[in-house]
Design a protein around this ligand. Structure first.
Ligand SMILES: [Zn+2]
Ligand SMILES: [Zn+2]
Length: 464
């Protein structure tokens, strides 16, 4: 029979890779939480209407890239091409914005676009993003930008620079559109077909065109940043001075317009020079009019989305090492039925203390079990057969140095848990990862010398 493969443009995250993803996600989550953002999860599917209104009918995303389906003839639904519209919809629907403002949410989610698959651009892709609803203050823009900066820095990624622009508000932008149309009309016959159609509806998108001829024409086009109104100017200055205060470097790039219609005022991109043409790893900005577009109240807001595939590509291109995956601490090799049941019991006791343990799941010979234990890189093994059960003792073997210690079978679980917690294996390690990702490495390093204190510090007991 024909082998079934994954759908084109959609990628499996296999064991090994999935741990890399988890590491990146942990850093994202922790930084968002440090800024007081809470996680939001919205459905993969939304009404098509939401994206028509919330992303913009003239955008490439809506015109060419959405996966839209008829839901059994009843209505049109779409796989989310981005997360902002859904988060805004949820905030309105559940009245989140009736409570004290701003509402601050983050997400790590899969999104879907019918693009031509290429490196770093898949049909199912993943984004980390934050949204702040209900503030027009410039420090909000700087705070949101600083989350992305911290994530990129914490991941150890170099050579990613922040580029900043202001694309003004509704008022000053309509004046700019007039100037821009005038400029492009003079060159209209040379513009590509897409840009010709953009000329009336959304001339700013021409600035984003990838065609070399259009790019050439754009070179001398008037810039939005030169046309913004005094209010927008003051806001932009506020964002910049807040970034200066936080020591976050940026350059002004008047060419950034972002692909989606809903942006206003601040727009920004984090640009990597290490993964070729697809260089934007994070993009975002203000969308002061979006809530009204989808039927909500006036609610100035902003956010960003970070492409996690591109983040991982950049990390790989830069040879950044991911934290090693901890091997299981103990492998129990039973011989016979009675021993298998005993190993099951011991393994369960160990795991309930938060330490990893495995035993034979196949019914292999001792020799084959040892080969397996070696392959999974286990740190300790113990063989239990009829002789060991009769004697009540077994040999706990350290796989690193080959040393074996005679141990009471009854005492295996306690002994292994002692090693496990002291050496920080198992679930405790995951908690530790969370802490170190939050930048408390020094504290952890101090606490590691005293594992019992550490257990208290992490409230390990309470979590059970
Ligand atoms: Zn303005
Ligand atoms: Zn064009």
């Amino acid at each position: 029979m024909k082998i079934i493969t994954a759908v084109k443009g959609m990628q499996d995250m296999l064991p090994g890779d999935a741990e890399k993803w988890k590491f990146v996600e942990t850093i994202c989550k922790n930084n968002a939480q440090l800024h007081g953002f809470s996680e939001i999860r919205t459905p993969v599917v939304e009404s098509t209407e939401l994206f028509l209104r919330g992303v913009g009918e003239t955008t490439d995303v809506v015109q060419k890239e959405m996966y839209t389906f008829e839901d059994r003839g009843a209505r049109s639904i779409t796989l989310r091409p981005e997360m902002t519209a859904g988060a805004v919809r949820a905030a309105i629907e559940h009245g989140l914005i009736r409570d004290s403002l701003p509402v601050k949410v983050f997400y790590i989610a899969s999104c879907y676009r019918a693009e031509k698959p290429q490196a770093g651009r898949l049909r199912e892709f993943h984004q980390f993003g934050v949204e702040m609803f209900g503030t027009s203050a410039p420090q909000a823009d700087a705070d949101v930008i600083s989350i992305a900066r911290e994530v990129i820095d914490d991941l150890g990624i170099d050579n990613v620079s922040l580029e900043l622009n202001s694309i003004g508000c509704k008022e000053c932008r309509s004046e700019y559109h007039v100037k821009l149309r005038e400029y492009f009309r003079a060159n209209e016959d040379r513009l590509c077909e897409t840009c010709k159609s953009r000329l009336e509806r959304n001339p700013m998108r021409i600035l984003d065109c990838k065609s070399p001829v259009c790019q050439g024409i754009c070179e001398h086009a008037p810039l939005m940043i030169d046309s913004i109104c005094p209010d927008c100017r003051e806001h932009f200055e506020g964002v910049k001075s807040c970034l200066d205060a936080m020591d976050i470097e940026y350059s002004i790039n008047p060419k950034i317009v972002r692909g989606l219609d809903y942006y206003t005022r601040t727009v920004f991109e984090f640009v990597s020079k290490d993964i070729g043409a697809q260089s934007t790893v994070c993009g975002g900005g203000r969308y002061d009019g979006l809530f009204e577009e989808v039927g909500g109240p006036k609610m100035p807001s902003l956010g960003f989305a970070m492409g996690l595939e591109r983040i991982l590509l950049t990390m790989e291109a830069q040879g950044i090492e991911f934290p090693p995956h901890d091997p299981p601490l103990l492998y129990l090799a039973p011989v016979g039925k009675a021993a298998t049941a005993l190993c099951a019991k011991i393994a369960r006791e160990i795991r309930m203390s938060g330490v990893t343990a495995e035993y034979d799941m196949v019914g292999r010979s001792v020799k084959a079990q040892m080969k397996y234990a070696d392959k999974i890189g286990v740190l300790y093994t113990v063989v239990i057969g009829d002789d060991e059960i009769a004697a009540g003792t077994a040999k706990l073997k350290n796989m690193e140095d080959g040393e074996a210690e005679e141990i009471q079978i009854d005492a295996i679980a306690d002994r292994v848990c002692e090693i496990g917690i002291g050496g920080s294996f198992g679930r405790l390690t995951e908690l530790l990862e969370g802490f170190s990702a939050m930048g408390n490495l020094a504290e952890i390093a101090g606490a590691e010398e005293n594992p019992l204190d550490l257990t208290g510090l992490l409230d390990f007991e309470d979590k059970e």
